[in-house]
Design a protein around this ligand. Structure first.
Ligand code: NAP
Length: 317
C-alpha cells in the first residue's frame, strides 16, 4: 500500500514528490512516457527563479527528479497509468497492467500539444510535421530549408527562434495580426532577421500527402480570403496545449475545455485526490506556477493523511 502515488513527472509532479518525500511519505511517481514532462523539450528556461543565466529545460527537470529522489521519492520510469478506480479507498491505480493501491493520489498529468485538426497534419506527422523544434529541428531534412512555425504564443516564438539555427528562413504563421507571446519573446522574435511573420493566416492543408513528405503548406488569409501556397520542408505546430485529463473525466470535475476544476486549494470532490499543474491551469501555465501547485498539493495531501491518522480509532490491544 502506497501513502501517495503521484501521476506525472513535470514541474508539478516532481515538486509534489519533493515535498511528500521530505514529509516521509516515500511517494511513488508514475513518470509517464516522457519523464520530466514537456519542459525537457525546451532549450533554455530563463524565467525559473534561481538561475541567473537560465538553465536548460532537460537539466532543470533532471535536477528536480534527483532532488526528490534524495529524500526518498521513487520513480516508476516510463510507466503509464492505464486506469484509475477512485470509487473507494485505498484507490486502485493500474500502471502498465499492474494494479497498485494507494491512500492518496496527486494528479499532475500536465497537458499535451494541441493539433490543428486537419487530415494532412495527421498523415504527415514525423514526415515534416512536428510539435517540437528542440527534438526535431536539427534533423538533416530541415537544414538550410524554409520552415514554418504555426502559432502566436510563447511556444511558437521559442520554436521559431530555435529553428533560426538551422533554417534558411522561418515563417511564423499566425491567425491574428499580433502575437499572444510575452513582450520580451515577441520583440526578440519579430526582430530576428531570419523570421518572417505571416499575419491573419490559417493553414488549410499541409502538402504533399501524395509524396509522403512535407513540401509546403496551403494558406488562407482570414481577412481577404486570399489563398496561397508556401514552400517549406517542415511545419512546427505550436498552437497551445490540451490538458491531459481524459482518464478522469467520469470521476472528477472538468470544465468545458477539459481542465480539472478544484474545490479548495488542490482538493477535488474525492477526498484524498489532489491536483497540481497545467492539467488544472489554463491561465498561468508556467514552470514556476506548476511547481507551486505541486507544493500546494503535497501539503494538502500530507495534512489530509495527518488528519486521518489523528481521527483513526485506536488500534485494538
Ligand atoms: P498559448 O499561449 O495558448 O498560445 C497558443 C497560440 O496558438 C495562440 O497564439 C493562438 O492564437 C494559437 N492557436 C490556438 N489554436 C489555434 C488553431 N487551432 N489554429 C491556429 N492557431 C491557434 O500556448 P503556448 O504558446 O504553448 O504557451 C502555453 C503556456 O506556456 C503560456 O502560458 C506561455 O506563456 C507558457 N510558455 C512560456 C514560455 C516562456 O516563458 N519562455 C515558453 C513557452 C510557453 P490566438 O493568439 O489567436 O489565440
Amino acid at each position: 500500500m502506497e501513502n501517495v502515488i503521484i501521476i506525472g513527472s513535470g514541474c508539478a509532479g516532481l515538486t509534489a514528490a519533493l515535498y511528500t518525500a521530505r514529509a516521509d511519505l516515500t511517494p511513488l511517481v508514475v513518470t509517464g512516457t516522457m519523464p520530466g514532462g514537456l519542459l525537457t523539450t525546451t532549450t533554455i528556461v530563463e524565467n525559473y527563479p534561481g538561475f541567473v543565466e537560465g538553465i536548460d529545460g532537460y537539466a532543470l527537470m533532471m535536477n528536480m527528479q534527483k532532488q526528490a529522489e534524495r529524500f526518498g521519492a521513487r520513480m516508476r520510469s516510463l510507466s503509464r497509468v492505464e486506469a484509475v478506480d477512485l470509487s473507494q479507498r485505498p484507490f486502485a491505480i493500474t500502471v502498465d497492467g499492474e494494479v497498485l493501491h494507494t491512500k492518496t493520489l496527486i494528479i499532475a498529468t500536465g497537458a499535451g500539444h494541441r493539433h490543428l485538426g486537419i487530415e494532412s497534419e495527421h498523415l504527415l506527422e514525423n514526415k515534416g510535421v512536428t510539435y517540437c523544434a528542440t527534438c526535431d529541428g536539427a534533423l538533416p531534412m530541415f537544414r538550410n530549408k524554409p520552415l514554418v512555425v504555426v502559432g502566436g504564443g510563447d511556444s511558437a516564438c521559442e520554436e521559431a527562434l530555435y529553428l533560426t539555427r538551422f533554417a534558411s528562413t522561418v515563417y511564423l504563421v499566425h491567425r491574428r495580426d499580433e502575437l499572444r507571446a510575452s513582450k520580451i519573446m515577441a520583440d526578440r522574435t519579430l526582430a530576428h532577421p531570419k523570421i518572417k511573420p505571416v499575419w491573419n493566416t490559417e493553414v488549410t492543408e499541409i502538402l504533399d500527402v501524395a509524396k509522403d513528405v512535407v513540401t509546403g503548406i496551403r494558406l488562407k488569409n482570414n481577412q481577404t480570403g486570399e489563398e496561397s501556397v508556401l514552400d517549406c520542408a517542415g511545419v512546427f505546430i505550436a498552437i497551445g496545449l490540451v490538458p491531459s485529463t481524459q482518464l478522469f473525466k467520469d470521476t472528477l470535475d472538468t470544465d468545458e475545455a477539459g481542465y480539472f476544476v478544484l474545490t479548495e486549494g488542490s482538493k477535488t470532490k474525492v477526498p484524498g485526490v489532489f491536483i497540481a499543474g497545467d492539467c488544472a491551469d489554463k491561465v498561468y501555465r508556467q514552470a514556476i506556477t506548476a511547481a507551486g501547485m505541486g507544493c500546494t498539493a503535497a501539503i494538502d495531501c500530507e495534512r489530509f493523511l495527518q488528519e486521518e491518522a489523528h481521527h483513526a480509532p485506536p488500534a485494538a490491544v
